[in-house]
Design a binder for this molecule. Structure first.
Ligand SMILES: Nc1ncnc2c1ncn2[C@@H]1O[C@H](COP(=O)(O)OP(=O)(O)OP(=O)(O)O)[C@@H](O)[C@H]1O
Ligand SMILES: [Mg+2]
Length: 505
């Protein structure tokens, strides 16, 4: 048999398309050629495979070896095809049996000694090979990640020789085992640590219940960052499906997937010097950015006006669509980016505008310019803007922490209200479409009057209007009220401090 066919997988966004590795040995001048759009690292696999075969005492055929990676128009990167290429040569030269090869898929980089090295993006490979019905063999160092899809029964090996022994039936490989980590709450920061700030805490609860985006505004040192970093602690656990999606994004990112973070709600807080590629993704090959790494979790932008304006503008579209498509000349890739945005900022350059205890040194013009760093369309996409005021000193000194609500208590209410939303409309309030909102966001007569008055007074855009109704829907759900009353709407309007300040400046 001078031809062997081995199945493997490429990496494309968070998918793993099938790649057929064809190995052909023919007469003619000895040589080793890889065709089928291989990138530099794949071309280098010639040297790795050759050394690995020689160092494991296999024969390296002195024939003309042609490896074809099909389909040819799919870009192939990394050392992931080393193992399938080596096995293809061994099968084509009759050194391992070919009969069972079609029931397997292989991926793994080879060290010169024949040891298997881990590859990036294993999770999408596991999911795709499981759907195809073939059994996957991966490097041992990828086994924690591969074990996440429990139904898949992936095999792992440390060395090329182990894979060959398995294929010959001499010594079978074992399945990867999954080790689940502890629950979300154990490491989360507790909201009880924040003294006072009742309104800001309540806003955090509302935001968590309806998955609304939230911006905290206030003078320095009032606890904005502290509050925002406590959001994951009051969110419900990820479902198995959500956790797999989160892990799949991490798996293809430049950091790779860390099994210790399995089922943890993503909390990403990129620094304000981040570039647009770091925030929304990109590069060659395109990798997911912070917004995708925050998929099903929280994206925390501390000191929002310090971010470059064009970087923030890149988020406008994914904030609404829940995904990002990166287009380059040769390639187009989509990554999921369904995240909850939480941000903080000072109200002016000195930080004390509107403060009762300190006088603000900034002119109206300076304040306008500072607020202008965040574009209107972006602000319009933020459901809630909440003022965090400075605590009176007696609060800081005396507040009795035994009376403060813990994250666990708040989380129970959040979970309950999310259940109500899911049962009523099958999704959370923040993602209701306009027709759905018309149907589920019914307001009573008093609330309607209040809403009409607010639209005129604050000159609200249609988007701002819908967002206010969504937030008031969540407030009504937290209270267990089927209809939105004026009190719910009043509270939601209270969480729009920038709409109010716009008419004051
Ligand atoms: N409500 C509070 N309860 C307990 N500690 C607080 C509170 N507010 C502030 N602190 C203390 O002040 C520190 C600074 O708080 P934090 O970083 O959250 O302020 P900030 O509002 O984000 O300020 P800045 O605008 O300068 O970023 C906290 O680490 C904490 O020690
Ligand atoms: Mg801060």
């Amino acid at each position: 048999m001078a031809l062997a066919i081995i199945y493997s997988r490429a990496s494309s966004g968070i998918t793993a398309p099938l790649v057929t590795v064809e190995a052909h040995l023919s007469f003619g001048m000895a040589g080793f050629f890889i065709v089928g759009l291989p990138e530099a690292a794949v071309k280098e696999s010639r040297d790795r495979v050759r050394s690995a075969l020689l160092n494991t005492h296999f024969e390296f055929p002195s024939k003309r070896i042609t490896i074809n990676l099909a389909p040819a128009d799919l870009p192939k990167e990394g050392g992931r095809f080393d193992l399938p290429i080596a096995l293809g040569i061994l099968a084509a030269s009759g050194q391992i049996p070919v009969e069972s090869l079609e029931t397997y898929e292989f991926t793994g980089e080879l060290a010169l000694s024949g040891e298997l090295r881990p590859v990036r993006g294993i999770l999408p490979v596991v999911l795709s090979s499981w759907q195809s019905g073939r059994q996957l063999i991966v490097p041992f160092h990828n086994s924690d990640e591969a074990a996440l899809v429990q139904q898949a029964k992936v095999l792992s090996a440390k060395h090329l020789l182990e894979v060959c022994a398995h294929l010959k039936g001499d010594q079978l490989l074992t399945s990867c085992m999954r080790h689940d980590s502890e629950s979300q709450l154990e490491n989360a920061l507790d909201i009880a640590d924040v003294k006072g700030q009742v309104q800001a805490k309540r806003a955090l609860e509302v935001a968590a219940a309806g998955q609304h985006s939230l911006l905290y505004l206030g003078p320095p040192g009032t606890g904005k960052t502290m509050l925002a970093s406590r959001l994951p602690g009051i969110l419900p656990d990820l479902t198995e499906q959500q956790a797999l999606e989160v892990a799949a994004v991490a798996s293809v990112s430049s950091q790779g997937f860390n099994p210790g973070t399995w089922k943890k709600i993503p909390f990403r807080s990129p620094h304000h010097t981040s570039s647009s590629v770091a925030l929304v993704g990109g590069g060659r090959p395109p990798r997911p950015g912070e917004i995708s790494l925050a998929h099903h979790g929280v994206l925390f932008l501390d000191e929002l006006p310090e971010f470059h304006r064009h970087v923030l503008e890149c988020m406008r579209e994914p904030l609404e669509s829940g995904s990002i498509t990166i287009s380059r000349a040769a390639i187009q890739m989509s990554f999921p980016a369904f995240f909850q945005l939480i941000a903080t900022m000072n109200p002016c350059p000195c930080g004390y505008a509107g403060s009762k205890s300190e006088s603000c040194q900034c002119s109206n013009e300076q304040i306008k310019r500072y607020l202008g760093k965040i574009s209107g369309p972006l602000l319009d996409r933020i459901d809630m803007h909440v003022e965090v005021t400075r605590l009176p000193p007696e609060f800081l000194i005396q507040a009795n922490q035994h009376e403060a609500e813990t994250s666990a208590t708040v989380r129970e209410r959040v979970i309950l209200s999310r259940e109500v939303q899911k049962q009523r409309q099958g999704k959370l309030n923040s993602v209701l479409t306009v027709p759905e909102l018309d149907h589920y966001g019914k307001v009573d007569a008093d609330a309607e009057r209040l809403l009409t008055h607010a639209v005129v007074k604050f000159n609200l855009s249609a988007r701002a209007y819908h967002r206010i109704v969504k937030v008031s829907r969540t407030i009504a759900d937290l209270e267990g009220s089927a209809v939105i009353k004026a009190i719910h709407l009043g509270e939601a309007l209270n969480y729009r401090c920038l709409d109010r300040s716009r008419i004051m400046i």
